[in-house]
Design a protein around this ligand. Structure first.
Ligand code: S3P
Length: 183
């Protein structure tokens, strides 16, 4: 069994990427392997608003959601020893990226349009993709966000053909390397 260990620098591991890229599944698994806390910015928004994200979009619109998201990101960025799964749109506001990077290493879980579509097609919880032609929408949003995800990330991991365990292993290797360099 793998020895439980914390991220010695006490910082956060921040997962960024498009909807359906596996941020929450990888985040939960990774946190349990490394004995770190796990949080999802989307879960915190839902808890604070006492409403599902799709309902927040419906009732108040995207602009309102982005404001709540910014507040949550500001708060969670102050944490330590935490794996943070972020919402896919946090890169739209650079203040989010700056806050998350203050105390964390960012990993972009890059995923192809086809993989994203297969993962989200029966899921109605994502208001931005609850549209007539989700594939074109994914393609269009990805095109805008790809440069932002790249610029925001310290490391990029292609996740399309990898399991949750394999993605987590890659992240653990990067973390080990970061810590070895510090020794
Ligand atoms: C969004 C992604 C969602 C959620 C909201 C908006 C986006 O999170 O924050 O629906 O703009 O990409 P996930 O990436 O966890 O699905």
């Amino acid at each position: 069994m793998e020895k439980k260990r914390r991220f010695r620098s006490n910082g956060n591991i921040v997962l960024i990427g498009f909807m359906g890229s596996g941020k929450s599944s990888v985040g939960k698994y990774l946190a349990s392997c490394l004995n770190l806390e796990y949080i999802s910015s989307d879960d915190i928004i839902e808890e604070r608003e006492k409403m599902k994200i799709s309902d927040i979009f419906k009732k108040y619109g995207e602009k309102y959601f982005r404001e709540r998201e910014k507040e949550v990101i500001r708060d969670v960025s102050n944490r330590k020893n935490t794996v943070i799964a972020t919402g896919g749109g946090i890169v739209l506001n650079w203040e989010n990226v700056e806050n998350l990077k203050k105390n964390g290493v960012t990993f972009f879980l890059r995923t192809s349009c086809g993989t994203i579509y297969n993962r989200i097609k029966d899921d109605k919880t994502r208001p931005l993709l609850d549209v007539e032609d989700p594939i074109s929408t994914i393609r269009r949003i990805l095109k805008v966000r790809m440069p932002l995800y790249k610029a925001a990330s310290d490391y990029i991991i292609d996740t399309s053909r990898l399991s949750v365990e394999e993605v987590s292993e890659k992240i653990k290797n990067y973390i080990r390397r970061i810590e070895d360099e510090k020794d």
